[in-house]
Design a binder for this molecule. Structure first.
Ligand SMILES: Nc1ncnc2c1ncn2[C@@H]1O[C@H](COP(=O)(O)OP(=O)(O)OP(=O)(O)O)[C@@H](O)[C@H]1O
Length: 211
């Protein structure tokens, strides 16, 4: 991305960020609360239009963005399986039936995030961590080659939180490029590449990023 700025109304919150995300690697997006990580993920995902600058994408598919669980209404009347299946809608359309291959992907993603046992439970009846795992499974089910995660470990128990870096590394080995905003030092250490924001500006970046 080149000299990207972004704003909410008159308030500029990202200022002239120029950075590269290496393909098929895990990039950790670091910085204090309010430094602009979620906004940057939204810009890269294409859901927040930059006020200036441009994002150059080398990925062929629509990015998958997994927001923090608090951004999803508890009252959504869907089961865990249905929530994860929503990850296939971009491929299948809202009213078309999922194929057997889609259903296999949904099941595999539920297994990967350990929510298969909860498949028939309404999303609104889950604990915060269970819901977060469901939303991660939904993001994986999109099978995008660019996966953007906003603090994926938030609210997860220690075992699941520790499992996340390994899941992300496996995805990279499968050809996915991952960017995740995180406050977790362990997840940050395990990332291949790091970008740090401070006050909406890029404060630091590893130097080994190739496009
Ligand atoms: N919808 C919004 N309307 C107005 N301002 C917003 C909105 N969302 C975020 N901001 C502001 O933009 C700035 C960057 O917020 P952002 O959520 O990108 O930070 P963050 O680094 O992801 O923070 P955190 O670590 O707390 O998740 C903050 O000053 C925040 O108050």
């Amino acid at each position: 991305m080149h000299t990207v700025s972004a704003a909410y109304g008159p308030a500029t919150v990202l200022r002239e960020v120029t950075a590269a995300v290496p393909a098929h690697r895990v990039t950790a997006l670091l910085g204090a609360n309010g430094s602009g990580k979620s906004t940057l993920l939204g810009v890269v995902a294409g859901v927040h239009a930059p006020a200036a600058g441009a994002v150059e994408r080398f990925h062929t598919e629509r990015p998958a963005l997994v927001v923090q669980h608090s951004a999803v209404p508890d009252s959504l009347p869907v089961t865990v399986r249905e929530a994860v299946a929503m990850g296939r809608w971009a491929h299948r359309g809202l009213w078309r039936r999922l194929t057997a291959a889609d259903r296999a992907i949904v099941s595999e993603c539920m297994e990967r995030l350990d929510v298969a046992d909860l498949a028939a439970r309404p999303l609104g009846s889950l604990s915060g961590g269970q819901r977060q795992r469901t939303l991660l499974a939904q993001g994986l089910a999109q099978r995008s080659d660019l996966l953007l995660l906003d603090e994926p470990g938030t609210g997860l128990d220690a075992a699941t939180q520790e499992a996340i870096p390994a899941i992300l590394e496996d995805l990279c080995a499968e050809g996915v490029t991952v960017v995740h905003a995180t406050h977790d030092p362990q997840a940050a250490r395990r990332a291949h590449h790091h970008l740090r924001l401070r006050g909406g500006r890029l404060a630091a970046a590893d130097t080994d990023a190739a496009a």
